[in-house]
Ligand binder design. Sequence first.
Ligand code: AMP
Ligand code: MG
Length: 400
Amino acid sequence: MVNYNEALEIIKREFEKLTLNTEEVDLLESFNRILAEDVIADVDLPPFDNSAVDGYAIKFSDRTQWNIIGEISAGNFSSFTLTENDAVLITTGSKLPMNTDTIIPIEDVEVNGNDLSLKQSSFFKRGMNVRTQGNDLKKNEIAVHRFTKIDAKTIAVLASCGKEKVKVYSKLKAAILATGDELVPINEKPEGDKLRVSNIFSLHAAIREMNQAVINLGFVKDDKEIITQKIKTALEMNIDLLITTGGVSVGKYDLLKEVFEKQGVKKKFWKVNIKPGKPIYFGVYEKSERRILVFGLPGNPVSSLVNFYVFIKPAIEFLFRQNEINTITAILQKDLKKKDGKRHFSRGILFEENGEWKVTSEFSQSSGNLVEMSRANCLIEIDEEKLNPKKGERVKCILI
Ligand code: AMP
Ligand code: MG
């Protein structure tokens, strides 16, 4: 059995070896994808000196009275040559007329016909209210760095650089397979000792949340032959990750480890010193150029999803150099029971009160309680050495 940190390191090292493919997509389709190139500005940003306000463009001097000789609005530039005596009405964003360097806001002047004068209480400085060409970014500099996740902020920069097509990393492809004799499809009412297969849906959604691709392989019974067939087919698919659920514990029908081994998957670890999700298996399948990372997760829907959040998600973020801020330190509102040396990921509800983050954990913490998990918004991470954290202590919470 390995500790959490070691297990995550092992997983990250294997993710690092995956081949990252790239593809070109239309700018709008690049939303939420990871940029696979440094995008260089092909123009200065902003592309010309322009006014930051609605006002009057002048050539700076110690005058406080001018003669208005015309106007310029955004996109409708007119050529004027101003003397120190002159001013041109200018709107926000408009290109400055030649020979001007200062804009006096409309609120600071009085206008009488063509006569313009500074209000008594107002003042101005040289260069005031001018956004200079290239002030945001100079032409040929990097506008957006490789590995940036393209969001509403960055897409505007890409548009300003004329990127109609964007090179992004191809999505990782994951396949999900559930195992268990107890499982029935969700359109059936479970009878007796059966239950609806639910964890493939949560894992599917979790992968989609990360904007990666996922294939649903459904579920199979705890039958060595059938599982073998399914795993064999899966390992022949063009996928990066194979995620199975169920059958990785120590029971008589926990068949996955054996099947993985027989199919040539090299085990990296089995069992991590955590709760929930301890039986997690991780291995690597390599054939010619192909590499598939294999995760055998326990069947309990809470355990498998916690495993995803604390192993697979951080590894994908690591692979794509994403530095997501997804933890918050909060004050525990009630004592938590923890008597063992495992790392716990307890379900909690984070909230803000009087400017402080607080976390409650009024849950049974049973790994069978999916509804509880669905009502939590964080996992309270408690280190191996820490025992029974008390009300009032600060704890690390992973947002989920
Ligand atoms: P296992 O890891 O195979 O020992 O499964 C542990 C328990 O998790 C089972 O007894 C079921 O109650 C539950 N379970 C297993 N697989 C699934 C699944 N695909 N969807 C929902 N619950 C499951
Ligand atoms: Mg099972």
